[in-house]
Design a protein around this ligand. Structure first.
Ligand code: SF4
Length: 341
């Protein structure tokens, strides 16, 4: 078949969809705002549930877009998408204009900026890091405290920037519980003698093999799960981190000293997605992600005919769901270009 499709976002969803659209014979322009394609997964070390190296997935996606029908543009951000007499005009912040018959938005998510939860001390105290920082340490093989010492007591705070009315995000980011479980196990593999604590509100393990991973983390690795909300983080005179928490299962307040604290930052609509929604009249939902035309039978379709969505630009999603969502977007785009549906 013939036609031009612009895919905005060179992460997992964008790459998967671009490869499949190109295979259908469509001319695809894949635009990524960063200088390198791959999205968040390229910064991750191991992914759940089987803890495979994320590079294997990146390799798969790179092969997928290695196609003559794909033109890749990196380091450029989309300013707006305008529909004029049935076709789309996509403008970039550098002044580039591209015409397309259909547009796929795959702008993904941004991690919640943990500095906004000042009470947890990110950017204020040493050794308060985010889950993304820890993953980068795993990748470099350098998990250590700022003074170079091994961490002996490590805490993970769940729901940072999610399920939190104060920051305006009442939704669950879906993946941070399982990420904490995975990272807690990986910490124990590096430092067998370490004591690891997860401070959670609820454990939401709604994915294939997640519950099994959670059980393994307790039975094999001895991770301690404490139900309750951390109210405050501070430091002692000897520069140890101190967390205050109400243990809601035991019904008593706790005060614990730790060497390292990992904040499980949630997912938010990306800044690049926000810009497109504002300049292109695309609806967003209460969670501020793109709102699909229909949650059940049109989750890839936008409120403007010919504009489609794939992946975590519509809601938090894991890699498996993102790839499936990208594939279903391709089916909808092909149908639209063939039948105008
Ligand atoms: S997945 Fe877990 S940590 Fe993440 S927002 Fe939901 S309950 Fe909180």
């Amino acid at each position: 078949m013939t036609g031009n499709v612009v895919v905005i976002g060179g992460g997992t969803a964008g790459m998967e969809a671009a490869g499949l659209l190109a295979k259908e014979g469509l001319k695809v322009t894949l635009i990524e705002k960063e200088n390198e394609i791959g999205g968040h997964i390229k910064d991750w070390y191991h992914i759940f549930p089987d803890r495979r190296n994320s590079m294997e997935v990146i390799e798969y996606l790179r092969n997928k877009i290695n196609h003559d029908n794909i033109t890749l543009i990196t380091g450029n951000t989309i300013n707006g998408v305008e529909k004029k007499s049935g076709s789309f005009h996509i403008s970039t912040v550098t002044g580039k204009e591209i015409r397309a018959d259909a547009v796929l938005i795959a702008t993904g998510f941004d991690l919640f900026k943990s500095e906004r939860k000042e009470e947890y001390g990110y950017g204020i105290y040493d050794n308060v890091i985010t889950s993304a920082d820890l993953e980068s340490m795993f990748r470099k093989g350098e998990v250590k405290l700022t003074d170079g010492e091994k961490p002996g007591r490590i805490g993970f705070i769940h729901c940072v920037g999610s399920r939190d009315e104060k920051v305006g995000n009442v939704y669950c980011s879906k993946l941070c519980c399982v990420t904490a479980v995975k990272q807690a196990m990986e910490i124990k593999e590096q430092f067998d003698e370490a004591k690891v604590f997860c401070f959670y509100l609820d454990m939401r393990m709604g994915g294939a093999l997640y519950e099994e991973l959670y059980r393994e983390s307790q039975e094999k690795y001895g991770i301690n799960y404490i139900r309750g909300k951390v109210s405050e983080v501070g430091v002692t005179i000897s520069n140890k981190l101190v967390v205050k928490i109400e243990d809601t299962l035991a019904g008593r307040p706790l005060r614990m000293e730790l060497d390292m604290l990992v904040l499980m930052a949630g997912m938010e609509m990306s800044d690049s997605g926000k810009l497109i929604s504002e300049t292109s009249n695309l609806k967003t939902g209460e969670n501020r992600f793109f709102a699909p035309a229909d949650h059940h039978i049109g989750s890839n379709k936008g409120n403007v005919k010919g504009i489609f969505y794939a992946g975590a630009c519509t809601a938090p999603m894991n890699i498996t769901e993102t790839i499936s969502h990208a594939r279903s977007a391709v089916i909808d785009i092909v149908d639209y270009l063939r039948n105008g549906q």
